[in-house]
Design a protein around this ligand. Structure first.
Ligand code: UDP
Length: 247
């Protein structure tokens, strides 16, 4: 039996990372805490930890079977995920299929505009600076990634988007946009890390035309649309049903 005492390595807004007996493995605990607008809005979404952990586990495992290397190892409890230890790259990679959120605010594009092709964007992971949008040259200037790594991230982002669109279409859900994070393991290999969940994706119910009623993601919390828990549970049920159908 291991006498390892888990140590808290890092606590973020939605998750806590603990050490395990194996230095190459970390335990992620998913919290019910929700934040928005750079943590200016705070609250709790009942059951979110378990739901997001479950959805992320299903999606990361599925992506792994499709050739995307991820940090996922296993989901030992409903709100806990064992992951490979990685050094997280300080960029948030956002992929968009339909205009929403900051893209509309910054460009004037109308919310709901279908983009002619998926847009891959990079934001600096820095709350104090408000996570600014980065250009390719700024990424190079800040030495965040090498040109080869940037190409690799872009290729992975496009591939993950195509796969996730395929998965969510089968759930009758439109994948509007999402944020992913990557890390490097001790060999320098890039792995998809963090989570993919209604906290990090915009998901619209394909059966519903009303622009507020169709929202199945954290925008319900951001915009006080109500029925936040229902939306997260709804996504979980559809994702689990689709995972079962794929078995
Ligand atoms: N996103 C995220 N974490 C962030 C910022 C964005 O998970 O810190 C997700 C967000 O849920 C959406 C996508 O990334 O699915 C694009 O977000 P956007 O740039 O439009 O920012 P927002 O207006 O949502 O802050």
């Amino acid at each position: 039996m291991s006498d390892h005492q888990p140590e808290k390595r890092y606590e973020g807004k939605a998750k806590i990372l603990y050490s395990t007996a194996d230095p190459d493995v970390l335990l992620t605990y998913f919290k019910d805490d929700a934040t928005a607008f750079n943590a200016q809005k705070k609250g709790t979404i009942q059951g979110k930890g378990e739901i997001n952990c479950t959805i992320a586990s299903v999606l990361l495992q599925w992506l792994e079977t499709k050739g995307i290397p991820t940090h996922f190892i296993e989901q030992p409890k409903s709100n806990e995920m064992l992951v490979k230890a990685v050094t997280i790259l300080p960029v948030e990679v956002v992929v968009r299929n339909i205009a929403a959120g900051s893209l509309c605010k910054q460009t004037g594009l109308k919310q709901g505009t279908v983009l002619p092709q998926p847009l891959v964007e990079f934001f600096l992971k820095d709350d104090a600076l408000g996570d600014p949008l980065l250009t390719r040259d700024r990424l190079m200037l800040l030495n965040i990634v090498t040109p080869d790594q940037l190409q690799e991230l872009t290729d992975y982002a496009q591939k993950i988007n195509a796969l996730m669109q395929e998965f969510f279409v089968s759930c009758d859900i439109t994948l509007v946009d999402f944020k992913i994070e990557f890390g490097t393991d001790k060999n320098g290999t890039i792995l998809l890390a963090d989570e993919i969940s209604p906290d990090t994706c915009r998901l619209w119910d394909q059966q519903i035309a009303d622009p507020q009623a169709r929202v199945l993601d954290k925008d319900r919390f951001r915009q006080d649309l109500g029925k936040v828990e229902d939306a997260y549970q709804n996504v979980q049920a559809r994702v689990l049903a689709q995972a079962k159908a794929l078995q």
